[in-house]
Ligand binder design. Structure first.
Ligand SMILES: O=C(O)CCC(=O)C(=O)O
Ligand SMILES: [Fe+2]
Length: 322
C-alpha cells in the first residue's frame, strides 16, 4: 500500500488521512506483540514476587492479564511499557521500554515509505512517542481514566505538547493500532480541518471540559476514526484530536510515533531521536536497536541528575483556563 496523491490532498484539506494496510500485521506487528508479552510476563512475575500483585495472572491471555495488572496497579503499569520518558520527575531508574521489536517498528520500511510521502526523504524519528495499552476503563480508578496513557486522551494538538522550538518543524504524527480500534474501545476522534487555524489554547485544569483544548476552543467536525491493525493514521501537528473511553471488554492498544525532516527541532531536545532514513547519506541511519536503547538510558541519567527542563509551553494559571 502506498500513499496516493488523493490521500495527500485529503491530508492537506482535513489535517489527517488514514492509510489502510500500510503494515502487515503478521510481519510488522506480531514481533511487537511478542516482545510486549514477554515484558508483561517479566513484570507480572516480578510484581507478584514483590507483593505488588496478588497473582502473576500467568494463565490469562495478554489482554485480560494486562487489565488485571492495570486494576491492581491503579494504572501505574504504563511507564514500564512506554517507549518514552515522563515529562517530570525523571529518576535514574524511571522505567521505560526500548526493545528491539519497537525499534524495528519505528524504522519499518513499509511505514517509512509512507512517511516519506509526507516529510520527504530525510526522515528523523522524533522521540515524542508512546505506546498505549488501555484496559477497559472500568479497571482503572477515576484518576487514571482521563489523560493518562491508560485512559482516554483529552483534546489537544500535538504541537501543543512540545516546546516552541518545534513551531516551524514539519512533524508528522503516525498512529498505529495493534488491536482493532473501535468507537467502543476508544479509537481516536479528530477535528476535521482543525489544523487550519494555528495553535489553540491548552489548559490543565481538573475540569474535563477544560482539560487540553477547552471545549470552546475546539474546532472542526468531530470524526471518530475506527481502524484495523496494519492501518496508519497520519496527522498534521496542528490537527485537534482526542480518544474515546474504552467501554469494551478488551484492551485497546496503539503506538503513536512522530517523524520530521532531519535537522528540524523535535520539540523535546532532551530526548533522543535518530535518523530513520536518509536517501542522501544512508550511513547516517541508525540501525542498531541497542544503541537506540542506550541513548535513552543516557538521556534518563542526564535528566535525573539535572533540573528537569520545561517540556511545557502553557501557563498553568492562564486566566483563560479558569
Ligand atoms: O491514542 C491516544 O489515546 C492518543 C493518541 C495521540 O494523542 C496521538 O497519536 O498524538
Ligand atoms: Fe496527540
Amino acid at each position: 500500500m502506498t500513499i496516493t496523491r488523493s490521500a495527500l490532498d485529503q491530508f492537506e484539506e482535513d489535517g489527517y488521512v488514514v492509510g489502510e494496510g500500510i503494515l502487515d500485521p503478521d510481519e510488522d506487528l506480531q514481533p511487537v506483540i511478542d516482545e510486549y508479552s514477554e515484558l508483561l510476563d517479566r513484570l507480572a512475575e516480578q510484581w507478584h514476587s514483590e507483593g505488588v500483585l496478588s497473582s502473576a495472572y500467568e494463565d490469562l491471555p495478554f489482554g485480560e492479564r494486562l487489565s488485571e495488572i492495570a486494576r491492581e496497579t491503579e494504572g501505574r503499569y504504563v511507564n514500564w511499557l512506554d517507549i518514552s520518558l515522563p515529562q517530570k520527575g525523571i529518576q535514574p531508574d524511571t522505567p521505560m521500554h526500548h526493545g528491539s521489536a519497537v525499534f524495528e517498528l519505528l524504522r519499518n520500511p513499509r511505514l517509512l515509505d509512507a512517511v516519506e510521502q509526507f516529510v520527504g526523504p530525510e526522515i528523523f524519528s522524533n522521540p515524542v512517542q508512546h505506546v498505549r495499552i488501555k484496559p477497559p476503563e472500568r479497571y482503572l480508578p477515576e484518576s487514571a481514566r482521563n489523560g493518562s496513557l491508560a485512559g482516554r486522551t483529552f483534546w489537544h494538538q500535538d504541537l501543543g505538547v512540545v516546546t516552541e522550538e518545534a513551531d516551524d518543524s514539519n512533524i508528522l504524527t503516525v498512529w498505529l493500532p495493534v488491536t482493532e480500534a473501535t468507537e467502543d474501545n476508544g479509537c481516536l476522534v479528530v477535528g476535521r480541518g482543525s489544523h487550519a487555524n494555528g495553535l489553540g489554547l491548552h489548559c490543565y485544569t481538573g475540569d474535563p471540559d477544560r482539560q487540553g483544548i477547552p471545549q470552546e476552543h475546539r474546532a472542526g467536525e468531530q470524526v471518530a476514526v475506527p481502524m484495523r491493525p496494519g492501518d496508519a493514521l497520519f496527522m498534521n501537528k496542528l490537527t485537534m484530536h482526542a480518544s474515546l473511553p474504552n467501554v469494551s471488554d478488551d484492551i485497546r492498544w496503539s503506538f503513536d510515533l512522530r517523524y520530521n525532516p532531519t535537522g528540524e527541532a523535535t520539540g523535546r531536545r532532551w530526548f533522543p531521536g535518530f535518523v530513520a532514513r536518509s536517501r542522501s547519506n544512508p550511513d547516517s541511519e541508525l540501525r542498531d536497536a541497542e544503541t537506540w536503547a542506550e541513548r535513552w538510558r543516557s538521556a534518563r541519567a542526564e535528566l535525573a541528575s539535572s533540573d528537569t527542563p520545561g517540556f511545557q509551553r502553557w501557563d498553568p494559571n492562564d486566566p483563560q483556563c479558569a
